[in-house]
Write a protein that binds this ligand. Structure first.
Ligand SMILES: [Zn+2]
Length: 386
């Protein structure tokens, strides 16, 4: 008898505990439910919101009803650490599409301190990337902002000092993309070749730019020239030591693949270039000669970091493109710091026909960047080195 009583008592206690737990849960549940309901959320919305953490719900309780909230929290780009910002700014700016604000806040370059400025521009323009870049980097530059300007600002290689030139060029070239216009202006193409010329900036040392807008003076001779001889040259040539050392490494690596790379010409003096160019002009006329030969002072060969190459058979420049040496260089030269200086399809930028044989030493880091991003040295120099 006594044993049975005890058992009933235990069951009763257990039952009471279970009932208490259920009630507590129900109260907690309906409390959330009521708070969200009081704010104005529908049962359907509440079902989604209840999947959030307690912290997130506490943030939601601080704000009025937000008809976009469920879209925000169920988006794959939803970031719970930014919930406060989403709610605050979508509610304060109901005249702007919530998705624009959501994307703005999620943007990789978004800075919380600048949010009010972003929002001001977001009311006028659609270009979120451009707005963020403008506010983060150029707001103090006194730029007259319109949607075209914002599009230029958004370009990867945008240079703020060139903005007026981009806009002028755009006026007459509306068929071109913003990207193409930035490429052209950064390469100086709003000027004719050999006009608007300036002395090459020699403080850039091994990165000095020599092209149809940047020239070396008659008496410029590079320091540290060394002779290229033996298996590394067709007859003999000269290169600046850094270019020479890396050329040797490159040629040795090529030899391991049974390829022979030799220098035909490295450094060329002003006077030598002068003779060469004048002979080409006599034979071919100025217009043609200019497409493949530099005017004296404008040749990269005078800098000492450039080499024209051939192979074991001493193939001519025109045939070099069809050699295995060229094929190897195309995808390996950058590993030794060399770039193909006058690539195919970039003739209008470099001002020279495609020269499969002409390589310029710029160091591994820059050569790799140029190789991977498929840009010319003109573009690289304008954006990173100028
Ligand atoms: Zn050359």
């Amino acid at each position: 008898m006594k044993k049975r009583k005890l058992k009933i008592k235990n069951i009763l206690i257990l039952f009471i505990i279970v009932v208490i737990i259920i009630f507590t849960l129900l109260i907690l549940f309906s409390k959330n439910n009521n708070r969200l309901k009081n704010i104005g959320y529908s049962n359907l919305e509440i079902k989604e919101l209840e999947k959030l953490s307690k912290n997130e719900l506490n943030i939601i309780y601080k704000y009025d009803y937000n008809s976009n909230l469920v879209y925000i929290i169920t988006s794959e780009n939803y970031n719970k650490d930014k919930l406060d910002l989403y709610l605050d700014y979508t509610l304060k700016n109901s005249d702007i599409d919530y998705l624009k604000i959501f994307n703005l806040i999620n943007h990789e370059s978004f800075k919380k301190d600048n949010i009010d400025k972003y929002i001001t521009y977001l009311k006028k323009f659609d270009n979120i990337d451009g707005i963020i870049k403008y506010v983060n980097e150029y707001e103090n530059k006194n730029i007259n902002l319109d949607s075209t300007t914002l599009s230029f600002i958004n370009e990867e290689y945008f240079i703020v000092d060139y903005l007026d030139r981009y806009l002028n060029y755009y006026e007459n070239h509306k068929d071109l993309s913003y990207k193409e216009i930035v490429t052209r202006i950064n390469s100086n193409l709003d000027y004719e070749f050999y006009t608007d010329s300036t002395k090459s900036d020699l403080t850039k040392e091994m990165y000095t730019l020599v092209n149809k807008y940047n020239y070396l003076e008659k008496d410029f001779v590079p320091d540290n020239l060394v002779s290229v001889t033996g298996i590394y040259a067709r007859d003999k040539a000269q290169l600046v030591d850094a270019a020479y050392d890396n050329f040797v490494k490159m040629a040795d690596a090529a030899r391991e693949n049974n390829l022979t790379i030799k220098v035909t010409t490295g450094y060329r003096s002003y006077n030598f270039q002068s003779t060469l160019y004048n002979n080409y002009v006599k034979a071919d006329g100025v217009k043609n000669a200019d497409t493949y030969s530099a005017r004296p002072g404008y040749s990269e060969h005078q800098l000492g970091y450039s080499a024209d190459l051939t192979n074991a058979k001493n193939v001519s420049f025109d045939d070099f493109e069809n050699t295995d040496e060229y094929k190897w260089l195309k995808d390996n030269a950058h590993k030794y710091g060399f770039i193909m200086r006058y690539p195919k399809d970039k003739e209008y930028i470099t001002g020279y026909i495609f020269e499969s044989w002409h390589y310029r030493y710029v160091g591994v880091e820059i050569a790799t960047y140029i190789y991977e991003n498929d840009i010319t040295y003109e573009e690289y120099y304008a954006y990173f080195l100028r």
